[in-house]
Design a protein around this ligand. Structure first.
Ligand code: 5GP
Ligand code: MG
Length: 196
């Protein structure tokens, strides 16, 4: 351990493991098996003109990267696109209505969309994004989230695919941050003392 790592580890205990890297890898693989057989997505072909896989930045970027690679090994090769929404600011609770801060840079056409997000929490983000993609002409919108915090739902929205049911804790890692930190952790963890 070099001096900088030593400083980091002393001032900053690692988050507690909630879902390990191994558990996540196995679950993402199983999700890809299910998704590949979804009626809206199977037989949709490959590449431009077929499925559009939309990653909600920023928290879903690691999940999306693993999921599209798992889909690829099952013969599904979607075009990948990104959009970005915000509701959290720097806090650990949604602090403002969902707003789109970056829109897709490709046309949807009349294509089936696979929407990938990190966490389904109050439901506002998934509802907003599904409506947005519908408005942009998606033939169908099928959603996959890594984590579902069902206890915190404010509106009636469910994802088509869920990686793990998640307890009502603020989580970080595997793409997800707290104030811009921890996105590179290979596992999903909780921060001691931080409630959702
Ligand atoms: P919703 O609109 O469903 O309340 O919130 C969904 C979004 O809030 C997620 O896409 C995620 O970006 C963020 N979010 C919700 N819970 C957590 C959490 O525990 N940790 C982190 N880092 N982000 C969260
Ligand atoms: Mg998100």
């Amino acid at each position: 351990m070099n001096a900088a790592e030593d400083r980091l580890s002393k001032s900053d205990p690692a988050p507690d493991v909630l879902f390990s890297a191994g558990q996540i890898a196995a679950r993402v693989d199983a999700l890809a098996d299910e998704i590949a057989f979804h009626p809206h997505l199977k037989n949709a072909g490959s590449g431009p003109g077929s499925i559009l896989a939309v990653c909600a930045l920023r928290g879903a970027f690691v999940f999306a990267a693993d999921l599209v690679r798992a889909l690829s090994s099952r013969g599904i090769d979607p075009e990948v696109a990104f959009l970005q929404v915000e509701s959290y600011g720097a806090g650990t609770r949604p602090s403002q209505p969902v707003r789109l801060v970056r829109d897709l840079e490709v046309g949807i056409g009349d294509r089936p969309v696979l929407l990938m997000d990190d966490i389904l929490d109050t439901g506002n983000t998934l509802e907003f994004l599904t409506r947005h993609l519908d408005d942009r002409g998606a033939r169908t919108v099928t959603s996959a989230v890594l984590l579902d915090k069902a206890a915190r739902r404010e509106i009636s929205v469910e994802a088509d695919f869920v990686g793990f049911d998640c307890p009502d804790h603020f989580v970080v890692g595997y793409g997800m941050d707290a104030g811009g930190r921890y996105r590179g952790l290979p596992y999903v963890g909780t921060l001691p003392g931080v409630r959702a």
